[in-house]
Design a protein. Structure first.
Length: 300
């Protein structure tokens, strides 16, 4: 019986091809690492793409200072385990230097402030390509991205000025000061990511599995209780069994009520979901074009 190529094998091969193109076309590439499942998959794919050579890319993390402690612990342990250079850009440093202005009020978040820190980090380390774990199924602005997504000398993205990618011919030509954001798993879905994690048995931060946590409800979103978000007079802290479908800044990342404590259970749960994983992200709800506006300014 002839061997049948499974869809995960095709997606894996596509992502590995893109990563190898990055390594061959750019002088100073890096891998944007948030500690979320998508960037963790990128690390796993990069290990496969260049095995048995050492891990070829530095991990670049933009730290808002309001991250989940579990994410930071996972990041540090993973970088140590794979022997990768870890570069951390600090939003707090950008605020201290007057490069960014802290938001105030109940809905204040540092998520948008990551843009200036990211662009400063790119300039400091002279990155000409940064790979990220964004996928086209996540959000309408991200659906406009190419594999090789051009950024101008100001780090800005123009969705109308991107190169065609016919027959997977990837064009990394750039002028001095410009760079590319590269998205190797663009064609994956949330379900693909979880099925791949299950197949490959990739370790994840504990946040992705059901656990007891103190949370509060704000505008229909369950936030983890922390010192970073002052409670409104009407808000109450409750202890609930939850997990996170996506991981970001604590001030904009919501949890879902869940009993899924194993990968197999998460896959079944995702299959039954009728809302997108970014439905729990408050930063996407600030306006109809919130993500696209941030991306045009240089966001991930």
């Amino acid at each position: 019986m002839p061997y049948q190529v499974k869809h995960l094998d095709l997606l894996e091969a596509e992502a590995i091809y893109v990563m190898r193109e990055v390594a061959s076309q750019f002088e100073r590439p890096g891998l944007l690492f948030s500690g979320g499942k998508d960037s963790i998959c990128l690390v796993h794919l990069a290990k496969k793409a260049f095995y048995p050579a050492r891990f070829p890319f530095p991990l670049v993390h933009i730290d808002t200072g309001h991250n989940f402690p579990e994410t930071i612990d996972y990041r540090d342990e993973l970088a140590k385990q794979i022997g990768a250079e870890l570069i951390v850009g600090s939003v707090q440093d950008s605020i201290n230097q007057g490069r960014a202005t802290e938001e105030t009020g109940y809905n204040a978040s540092r998520n948008k402030l990551q843009t200036i820190t990211l662009l400063d980090t790119i300039e400091q380390y002279k990155f000409d390509a940064l790979m990220g774990g964004a996928r086209r199924d996540e959000e309408k602005a991200r659906a406009k991205e190419r594999f090789f997504s051009h950024r101008d000398e100001f780090g800005q993205w123009d969705p109308k000025n991107q190169r065609p990618e016919l027959w997977m011919l990837l064009n990394g030509k750039k002028n001095p000061g410009e760079h590319f954001r590269v998205f190797p798993i663009s064609n994956w879905t949330e379900m693909d990511v979880w099925q791949y994690i299950l197949r490959e048995q990739i370790p994840l931060p504990s946040l992705y599995y059901s656990h007891k946590r103190k949370v509060f409800n704000r505008d229909g979103v369950l936030y983890a209780y922390s010192d970073f978000m002052p409670l409104k007079p009407t808000e109450q802290i409750e202890e609930m069994v939850v997990r996170f479908r996506t991981i970001g800044d604590m001030t904009c990342t919501g949890a879902v009520i869940s009993q899924a404590s194993k990968l197999e259970e998460i896959v079944k749960e995702v299959a039954a979901m009728r809302t997108t994983e970014r439905g729990t992200r408050a930063d996407d709800k600030r306006s109809e074009t919130a993500m696209e506006d941030r991306k045009k300014e240089g966001y991930f």
